[in-house]
Write a new protein. Structure first.
Length: 96
């Protein structure tokens, strides 16, 4: 996200990408301190994105992974039961 503000030295419009607290004026070249409210807004948005990312990761770990493991276990149990039934039917014919 980019923000715009005016250079305090020459009044030219500058863009701020949220990276540092200072930037260079695109018109006069002077080093300009970015207004605190823009820095705070950019920092808040970055932190919000990180928090959302961690909430999604936590939800996947807590809910999705155990569900997949349980579903996989159910499928494995289903096939084990079918295999056991087949073996119990075929075993008497293979014995002596």
């Amino acid at each position: 996200m980019t923000y715009t503000f005016n250079c305090p030295n020459c009044g030219a419009e500058n863009t701020y990408t949220g990276e540092d607290n200072t930037t260079h004026c695109s018109f006069c070249g002077s080093e300009v301190t970015v207004p605190a409210e823009l820095v705070n807004e950019a920092t808040t948005k970055k932190l919000s994105k990180r928090v959302i990312t961690w909430i999604i990761v936590l939800a996947v770990i807590v809910f999705v992974v155990p569900t997949c493991i349980a579903f996989g276990g159910a499928i494995l149990g289903f096939f084990a039961a079918i295999f056991g039934a087949i073996v119990s039917i075929v075993a008497p014919f293979l014995g002596h």
